[in-house]
Design a binder for this molecule. Structure first.
Ligand code: SF4
Length: 354
């Protein structure tokens, strides 16, 4: 049996199944640095260390040892299926018959980086910026489409001492498509313990990154709270309707509320002039999603909308009004159709993205 074993990003993140597989192996083959990182597991085994770029040779050796009747662990950092050894192995599998192979998954840098940053991944793309095997034009095309599709991105192999152009080209595209304030998580593992930084696309600098870095580029809804990077999925937070909101929506549904700026209101502008007051009480409250500026008031269990300007934009109001009558016909629908309402909120966020 040849086991292609993902050992994750570091010795302490290796999975139980990977440990058991390595323990049972007669021969362990891998890139020198990865083998050195699991040295404590290798006593009594035949160890074959190879250099970077010797991937084909490692696979051929693994197959040779397998045909000699040995149990082989072919080591891959991270996960074998994500820029790891599985791909090169299966490219050669057609050359041989009688191969027995299994893949032991590992923690890839996207998951590892995300775990240190908070909850940045929602729908996401994993893209390597290494142009050693992939033409730069293909990398650029993928980056542009991922950015235009509003996917969060995990960028691997972003920059080396000699290979800077792919990062520079990718950065130009990201700045062209995304807001410069888009949060970016940097997880750099070159010195052993990971260094974690959260910055913005505008402030992302080359001296913060290297080949051992994974970059997590947020999407249009990603925000930073308490030093964590969050891309909200939109879970429903149950809450009762405030009596003033109840009264407001009774009047709204009767067509008796002000549409547009309510300059007669003693609190106008409670946000910034000019503001559209049509949804003086937000139909999505409490959305629990800080991407439009709302925040929990700590230790009070209260959601504050003080910094949400989005609900008072004309295009937001127009979008909500075009669909709200399908969802809310009576005030109780604001409670019973929370999921539909939060989906409408996302739809309108996307439609009004600046
Ligand atoms: S006003 Fe903004 S932050 Fe508050 S619930 Fe509505 S969308 Fe969310």
């Amino acid at each position: 049996m040849i086991s292609i074993v993902g050992i994750g990003p570091s010795r302490k993140d290796i999975t139980l199944r990977a440990l058991e597989t390595i323990e049972k192996a007669d021969v362990v083959i891998g890139y020198k640095r990865y083998i050195d990182s699991i040295e404590d597991l290798l006593s009594g085994k035949e160890i074959i260390k190879k250099g970077m770029g010797d991937e084909i040779a490692r696979v051929e050796l693994a197959i040779q040892k397998h045909f000699e009747g040995k149990k082989v662990a072919l080591i891959s950092s991270g996960d074998p299926g994500v820029f790891g050894m599985s791909n090169v192995f299966f490219q050669l599998i057609g050359k041989y018959s009688g191969l027995e192979v299994e893949i032991i998954p590992g923690v890839t840098a996207a998951n590892y980086g995300a775990s240190l940053l908070g909850a940045p991944l929602h729908d996401f793309a994993v893209i390597s910026l290494s142009d050693i095997l992939t033409p730069l034009s293909e990398i650029k095309n993928k980056i542009r489409h991922a950015a235009q599709g509003d996917l969060v991105m995990a960028l691997y192999n972003p920059l080396s001492k000699t290979r800077k152009e792919p990062f520079r080209e990718a950065y130009k595209i990201l700045m062209d498509v995304l807001a410069s304030s888009t949060p970016v998580g940097i997880v750099r593992s070159s010195s052993g313990e990971p260094e974690v930084t959260i910055t913005t696309l505008a402030d992302l600098a080359e001296d913060q990154i290297d080949m051992s870095t994974v970059l997590i580029i947020g999407n249009s809804t990603t925000y930073v709270e308490d030093g964590h990077m969050i891309t909200p999925r939109g879970y429903v937070i149950r809450s009762s309707l405030h009596p003033l909101a109840q009264e407001f929506y009774e009047n709204y549904l009767a067509g008796e509320t002000v549409v547009g700026p309510n300059t007669q209101c003693e609190y106008y502008p409670c946000h910034e002039h000019p503001q559209n007051c049509t949804f003086c009480y937000c139909p999505f409250y409490p959305c629990g999603d800080g991407s439009t500026g709302g925040r929990w008031i700590k230790d009070k269990g209260v959601w504050s909308c003080q910094d949400c300007e989005w609900i008072h934009q004309d295009d937001t109001v127009e979008c909500i009004q075009s669909k709200l009558p399908d969802i809310v016909q009576e005030v109780d629908d604001l409670k019973s159709h929370r999921k539909k309402l939060l989906k409408l909120r996302r739809e309108c966020m996307s439609a009004t993205k600046k």
